[in-house]
Design a protein around this ligand. Structure first.
Ligand SMILES: [Mn+2]
Length: 331
């Protein structure tokens, strides 16, 4: 699907309107989310606000500082009559905290590249595209409404694309073309410097994370299904990092749960060869989340669930689904 002229027209009107516009990013918002929201914020007419009800990541914070973006990031989403609400780079409502989606669906605009969420069809506008980053979609929007980004906006969008594609590892040809276009707007900045500025500190130097990874491996249980090794584990934090590390080393599928009081978070990672054969972690997470009254989604190779409940029960349900799916696909 690509942006329709009707969508573009409506977006243009909303971005230019006198009503307040809020740009909302997901839990621990990554660079793609924050960069996309920043650019949309910048091109919209005031009044406007940027909201991160569940915080933004360290890398995102650093990016905003580097861009000298003097924007106050609100930690609550004010619910106001007539305001428009943009939900950026997320396909699950749990990722933005308490938000009365259904009461104000007629004023919500969603811009996202994760797997589609049928619930979002009741929104005023649901712009969903299979792109490697939300920033790519935002670039298309800018082009379609005839807006040239300034250097900071271009740098922000390139940053979002770099992080979401794991430094172009998951980029397709279209992604690279977008980046090439955006490079024309940079004057003093070089691509390699942007890439360098987005490097995570190596695991080697992060003691807390290292210990969490050791614990996750220590508690790991596995099932050998012949072609597929599926593992599960439980830790109290860094569940996404643990699942990613397991899949990059020993496992084909990793499911890691974290229990924080009533709240359960589950992170799932799948190796590329399984995604190519039709295994979709985001689909499985969405279905299981529904069973447990939570939210779930993501991408075929990286997905997660947030729910109130028992992390272990959710992890086991996810694994059962994977096994059924593997059987169906004769893997
Ligand atoms: Mn993204």
């Amino acid at each position: 699907m690509s942006l329709s002229s009707d969508q573009i027209e409506r977006l243009k009107v909303i971005l230019k309107s006198k009503e307040k516009k809020y740009f909302i990013v997901h839990h621990n918002a990554d660079v793609d989310a924050v960069a996309a929201a920043y650019v949309l914020y910048e091109i919209s007419n005031p009044p406007r606000g940027l909201c991160a009800p569940l915080g933004i990541s360290r890398l995102s914070r650093e990016l905003m500082l580097r861009l000298n973006a003097n924007i106050e990031i609100l930690d609550k989403v004010p619910i106001e009559k007539d305001a428009f609400y943009f939900i950026i780079d997320t396909n699950s409502l749990e990722q933005i905290g308490d938000f009365p989606f259904y009461d104000i669906a007629d004023r919500i605009i969603i811009i996202d590249h994760h797997s589609e969420n049928p619930k979002f069809n009741s929104a005023l506008l649901y712009i969903h595209e299979e792109r490697s980053a939300t920033c790519e979609i935002v670039y298309d929007i800018l082009k379609a409404i005839g807006f040239s980004p300034n250097e900071k906006m271009a740098q922000a969008m390139i940053s979002g694309i770099i992080t979401d594609t794991a430094r172009f590892r998951y980029a397709n040809n279209r992604t690279i073309k977008v980046v090439c276009d955006l490079l024309d707007y940079l004057k003093g900045v070089d691509l390699k410097d942007i890439i360098r500025s987005l490097e995570e500190p190596s695991l080697k130097y992060d003691r807390g994370k290292r210990i969490a990874m050791v614990k996750a491996f220590q508690r790991m249980l596995y099932e050998d299904l012949g072609k597929v090794i599926i593992v599960k584990s439980f830790i109290s934090a860094y569940e996404g990092d643990a699942a990613a590390l397991m899949v990059s080393t020993v496992a084909d599928i990793a499911v890691v749960g974290a229990q924080r009081d009533e709240e359960a978070r589950v992170s799932v990672r799948v190796r590329p060869w399984l995604a190519e054969r039709g295994i979709d972690a985001s689909e499985i997470c969405r279905d299981v989340a529904e069973e447990f009254g939570g939210g779930g989604g993501g991408h075929p190779m990286a997905a997660g669930i947030n729910a109130v409940g028992d992390a272990e029960a959710i992890v086991n349900a996810v694994i059962a689904r994977f096994k059924r799916k593997l059987k169906d696909l004769r893997i």
